[in-house]
Design a protein around this ligand. Sequence first.
Ligand code: ADP
Ligand code: 5GP
Length: 184
Amino acid sequence: MQNGKLIVLTGPSGVGKGTLVRSLLQRHPELVLSISVTTRSPRKGEVEAKSYYFVDREKFQQMVKAGELLEWAEFAGNFYGTPRPPVMEKINMGESVLLEIEVQGARQIKQTFPDALRVFILPPSIAELEKRLRGREQDSDEAIAKRLQLANKEIEEAGEFDVQVVNDDLESTLQNLASILFDG
Ligand code: ADP
Ligand code: 5GP
């Protein structure tokens, strides 16, 4: 049996990664989303083992030490990581696995899984990114300013990734991604 692919979607906070992943999973049921571990508290409506595996810092550190994470990073004061065994099992069974992760973690995948396809999602402009962050009504002005500062740095490094896709019109972006993931 042929192995499945590992596909990584990354990019600055607010660029639309979560939105794109939800639509990709609906349109392409053959894709499986990797469920991350995190030390952040569940938000309203989030479900253990569906949204994330919610763990304390001690457990997270144990997983790091034991080499159980394919990548991990600290983001906005919490730790996030991708459990290695479920990803490897699915890939070995021929399933394609999607990771939706922030940029530091996506960078590590080049070493831990060199065959992965790493896609960097870009905003049409910084002004549009700010509009999306504000429209989401999730962050304070201060948090938005920090995210934009980090976004500028991340965007400068987008060239390190295998493919860059601008998330301008949502439908065109989804079609563009589908052709990158399935035609080539
Ligand atoms: P991320 O997961 O990268 O942080 P989200 O998926 O939460 O980003 O998207 C941030 C905001 O931008 C959401 O309000 C979402 O509805 C909006 N958004 C996503 N993609 C587009 C797009 N192509 N055009 C306009 N708004 C978008
Ligand atoms: P949130 O707390 O909003 O769910 O996620 C915050 C950020 O963490 C998002 O940018 C999301 O893509 C990223 N993230 C989620 N899971 C992982 C993971 O396993 N590894 C890394 N590096 N980032 C993750």
